[in-house]
Design a binder for this molecule. Structure first.
Ligand code: ASP
Length: 593
């Protein structure tokens, strides 16, 4: 707390600000009963407000009516207490508390409200506390120290972002929440229009199109702490609504956007006391990231790199590898190091491979002399084994894994295996962090149905020739922290012709493109500056900086993994009459949440 409160009948000091220099003065504080202790005739209360804790002491002789009141106090009752700040007796001082040298000898107290017994303790972290219970009673959960610290950190991070960008002449401009679809690759949340029955708003998956319009409008530098909505399956690092630092700049190339974001993020890391290496952060091409780490968000804090073995193991008797190689696939491997693993453990890793879209995962233990102890060893010549060992830098005792598949699948399989092994072997050094940019992305990727989709979004500027759309690259960049994508952006297309070329590749005819994105294409026809931008996932950043596994712990009022909110009961059924007004007919009975 930076400012003392205006003295009023509730308080004239923050609890956490009562320290020894105030001894001998009178003070009034307000807050929640954090803890209560009865000590042979004395009652001690730790009183809590946002600034911290202070100890109240009640004497039977000097506290008057307040003593009897204190006997009735329970955890989380809300009180206002008045008394003298006194230095605690020698042995009673608590050096671990900011206010630990003093206590407030209470002479008057008002009990402002009472609390029922809370469903979980507020004054301690309770490991394994049921998350639904926490979310249902979020007002109580948010009282807990760790949650408060996280919310404070979140505020500071957002403020640091605003400060750095304000210094750099960025304008904070809001964009609509009720809008049209923005293609970021997820499903839209839709809102029916009452005034135009049969028509729907979409909630923005990002402010992408609006920030581009702002560049076309000449605003040069825009940012927003933007809420985005994506209807997708949820995991720890995903929420249906989340917050991005969204920005866009005109007349820029990659270096400009990256430079600004490095400044912003350096300020953010400094704030969280987060020991990330200082910028400039290194760049790694997408292809290299996939080849070496099997991921476009590589965790580079540990080795276990992937090795290309297609050459070394070509022409073997092992049909599984050979048929993949014959059909244009790859064989890649990973040296897990000197680790024994039971059959059961090895079988367990097959599931990792399968979840990553692969078939079987082959393995081998390297023996003295370089031979392999493995069901597949017999299919390879000595030369092939030697070549593979050399490529994998294998020594006797090492455990090797192999995946053969289409390049993208093999990368994913070994990339997932790499993360799993790092976890099992405890390879991520405690307290170590790494930040890097992934650059030089392909523009498109193929869906399972064989169609092309934009890897970032269709407004990303491509490089290369449209004669070979599959070979097009894009001017995109992602920022990766400790194996998590924390942000991404690109230089954009700024002419309607190129934009339509991209739409053509995506199978979006000119009329359809005009229908969906006409407002953007029209603005582009009236002189669009070259522009580019980026968006950073604020929830993820706060989670990593505060050491949380889930972004639910850094959002004041999040949803569960099934998209529900145990606090409000959202999503909830609505009256048939309301639906009728909106021109909507529901064909399903509401499900139980
Ligand atoms: N709109 C993009 C996203 O939300 C970020 C960007 O390209 O600036 O991922």
């Amino acid at each position: 707390m930076k400012h003392a409160p205006r003295p009023n009948p509730y308080r004239d000091h923050w609890c956490g600000h009562l320290t020894a220099p105030l001894a001998g003065t009178e003070a009034r504080v307000s807050g929640w009963v954090h803890r209560r202790r009865d000590h042979g005739g004395l009652i001690f209360i730790d009183l809590r407000d946002r600034s911290g804790l202070v100890q109240l002491v009640f004497h039977p002789d000097t506290s008057g009516a307040a003593f009897a009141q204190a006997e009735q106090l329970r955890s989380e009752h809300v009180v206002s207490a008045y008394g003298e700040v006194v230095v605690r007796e020698e042995g009673n001082q608590n050096p671990n508390m900011v206010t630990g040298r003093i206590e407030l000898a209470v002479t008057r107290m008002d009990v402002l409200s009472r609390s029922e017994t809370p469903p979980f303790p507020i004054d301690e972290e309770t490991p394994g506390l049921d998350e639904t219970l926490r979310l249902k009673h979020r007002a109580l959960d948010l009282r807990r120290e760790r949650m408060q610290e996280t919310m404070v950190l979140r505020h500071r991070i957002i403020k640091a972002m605003r400060d750095v960008l304000d210094q750099q002449d960025f304008l904070e401009i809001e964009t609509p929440i009720l809008t049209r679809a923005t293609p970021e690759g997820a499903r839209d949340f839709l809102v029916p229009s009452r005034l135009q029955p049969g028509n729907w708003y979409a909630l923005p998956q990002s402010p992408q199109l609006f920030k581009q319009l702002l560049m076309m409008a000449g605003y040069e530098r825009y940012f927003q702490i933007a809420r985005c909505f994506r209807d997708e399956d949820l995991r720890g690092f995903r929420q249906p609504e989340f917050t991005q630092l969204d920005l866009e700049m005109s007349f820029v190339e990659e270096e400009d956007v990256i430079g600004v974001m490095e400044e912003v993020m350096e300020a953010v890391f400094a704030l969280g006391d987060f020991p990330a290496p200082p910028p400039p952060w290194r760049r790694m091409g997408y292809d290299e990231a996939l080849l070496r780490f099997g991921s476009d968000k590589p965790d580079t804090r540990f080795g276990l790199e992937i090795t290309e073995l297609s050459g070394a193991l070509a022409g073997s008797e092992f049909k599984v590898f050979q048929s993949v190689l014959d059909s244009g696939g790859v064989v890649r491997g990973l040296n897990a190091g000197a680790h024994e693993m039971s059959r059961k453990e090895l079988d367990g890793l097959q599931d990792v491979a399968k979840r990553a879209g692969g078939k079987a995962l082959a393995y081998a233990f390297v023996e003295e002399g370089g031979a392999w102890r493995s069901p597949i060893a017999k299919f390879f010549s000595e030369e092939q084994l030697a070549a593979a060992n050399a490529a994998l830098e294998a020594s006797p005792g090492d455990l090797l894994f192999f995946s053969s598949d289409k390049a993208a699948v093999a990368a994913n399989v070994l990339g997932s295996l790499r993360l799993e092994l790092a976890e099992r072997f405890g390879l991520v050094p405690e307290g170590e962090h790494d930040v890097l940019w992934i650059v030089d992305w392909p523009m498109f990727e193929e869906t399972d149905a064989g169609e092309l989709t934009a890897i970032h979004h269709p407004f990303t500027a491509p490089t290369g020739s449209f004669d070979e759309p599959r070979a097009l690259r894009s001017r995109a960049y992602d920022l990766v922290l400790d194996g998590t994508e924390i942000g991404g952006g690109s230089i954009r297309i700024h002419t309607p012709e190129v934009q339509q070329q991209v739409f053509d590749v995506l199978g979006l005819k000119a009329e359809e493109a005009q229908e969906r994105f006409g407002f953007l294409l029209d603005a582009m026809r009236y002189g669009a500056p070259p522009h580019g931008g980026i968006a950073m996932g604020i929830d993820r950043i706060v989670a990593i900086l505060s050491g949380r596994d889930s972004i639910r712990d850094v959002i004041a009022f999040p949803k569960t993994a099934s998209g529900g909110d145990p606090l409000t009961g959202a999503p909830a059924p609505v009256e048939a009459e309301t639906l009728r007004e909106l021109g909507v007919v529901s064909v399903v009975e509401p499900s139980a949440g």
